[in-house]
Design a protein around this ligand. Structure first.
Ligand SMILES: Cc1ncc(COP(=O)(O)O)c(C=O)c1O
Length: 419
């Protein structure tokens, strides 16, 4: 199909004309099969067209497509809230639905402002929270997302993220540095008493797939508790089993005030959510937030319930953990032979390889390597501020054999591109 009428604002990893998806595979018009290690940027958690998700969508489509939340209460939205309640910490018992990650980020900021009566938000260097105006102001992973659109909404303050490999320090030194810088920010830019929320991705996503050390998250928790600041976890990319836990913040056992969810929740249907306690949600004046579709569009709700059921029933959280270990072990083996693989890191199936040459990020090699993988029908994405990180983010249904297939293709691509 000719795509020339689509806006050129979209960048494309490939121009593959996809017509069908199944499990970890995508197919074009002529039946060529591609291994999808992008999951549509972390969306197709249960794989492409999981039969149970498809069935739930078909069933829901035959019953109710839409029940606008301000007019009625669609039963499927209530059902999803109860299902989410079962997989979130006990203090989380209130859910607001919207359509995209950016929308949910904005909702979290509005809720934090309403709950605290404060104006300012702290985010972290390299963070990505979306592309609407407020979310853009919170996004510092790459200037392409902001340049030409500034000035952006005020009241957003950026603290360093504990990215040890970038700084070249051990984890404890990096955490200590970031804690001191956060303290400096509180002294010089936004006082704790005017700070509504600290918002962090527990694994920096677009910024390079860097897990936040638990010690840093514990510090954020302490600061938030001490000063009445909302601790907000942006789990848009890391949630729903992706990192080997249902939610990534579970690794650090922190207690977020607000959780931001999207992507993997709907297996491909547009749905996002913020989750909090009833006491916090009640600080939001009724009517002060909402939207036409959030919660009312019934098919994504049904897809989300089916997605959570499949994740639980098929043990996909554990599979993400196990396959992630397998993947990083395989990549670390390759690293011994290809020292341009500067760092192999990640949690579960949110895994990264950072490519370096002579101590500097190597985006050129990264691009060559990705193109070589694409020519072998293995789809991988880059990330990182310097575009020198390859992210491995396959559907959570991936098998041991499929990981090995991908590793073998990657090894051949490395042989070809690094000589
Ligand atoms: C951590 C994180 N937050 C928010 C977003 C924005 O989500 P959306 O693209 O659905 O607006 C993304 C998208 O990549 C993300 O990774």
């Amino acid at each position: 199909m000719n795509s020339s009428l689509l806006s050129p604002v979209w960048t494309h990893l490939t121009k593959i004309n996809v017509v069908r998806g199944e499990g970890i595979y995508l197919f074009n018009e002529t039946g060529d099969k591609y291994i999808d290690f992008t999951s549509g940027i972390g969306v197709t958690s249960t794989g492409h067209c999981h039969p149970e998700v498809v069935q739930a969508i078909q069933d829901q489509a035959g019953k109710l497509l839409f029940g606008q939340m301000n007019c009625v209460i669609p039963a499927v939205a209530s059902e999803l809230s109860w299902r989410l309640n079962e997989i979130t910490p006990t203090h989380i018992d209130s859910f607001f639905f919207s359509n995209s990650g950016a929308e949910a980020t904005e909702a979290a900021v509005k809720l934090a402002k309403a709950a605290t009566g404060r104006a300012n938000i702290i985010v972290f260097q390299g963070g990505f929270h979306g592309r609407t105006h407020l979310a853009m102001a919170m996004t510092t992973s790459r200037t392409i997302y902001r340049s030409g659109f500034q000035p952006l909404p005020a009241g957003i303050f950026v603290a360093p993220f504990p990215y040890s490999f970038y700084y070249g320090w051990d984890e404890a030194t990096t955490v200590e540095f970031c804690i001191r810088q956060l303290d400096l920010l509180f002294q010089g830019q936004t006082a704790p008493s005017e700070t509504a929320a600290i918002i962090i991705e527990p694994v920096l996503g677009e910024g390079g797939y860097v897990p936040a050390p638990p010690a840093f998250l514990h510090h954020l928790q302490r600061i938030c508790n001490e000063h009445g600041i909302m601790l907000v976890m942006d789990e848009v990319q890391s949630g729903f089993g992706r990192t080997g836990k249902m939610f990534c913040f579970e690794y650090a056992s922190v207690v977020p005030d607000i959780i931001v969810m999207a992507k993997g929740l709907g297996s491909g249907l547009p749905i996002s959510a913020i989750a909090s306690s009833r006491a916090i949600m009640e600080k939001w004046k009724p009517g002060s937030h909402g939207g036409t579709y959030g919660g009312g569009s019934a098919v994504p709700m049904a897809a989300a319930i089916a997605t959570i059921n499949v994740i639980c029933k098929e043990g996909l959280v554990q599979n993400a953990m196990d396959r992630g270990v397998q993947l990083r072990t395989g990549l670390r083996e390759l690293q011994k032979k290809f020292p341009l693989m500067g760092d192999v890191r990640g949690l579960g199936l949110m895994t990264a390889v950072e490519l370096m040459r002579n101590g500097e990020p190597d985006p050129g090699l990264t691009e060559k390597l990705l193109n070589s993988c694409i020519s072998k029908k293995l789809l991988l994405l880059s990330c990182g501020s310097f575009k020198n990180v390859i992210r491995w983010i396959p559907p959570l249904v991936i098998s041991e054999e499929q990981i090995n297939d991908a590793l073998a293709l990657f090894a051949t691509a490395l042989e070809e591109t690094t000589v």
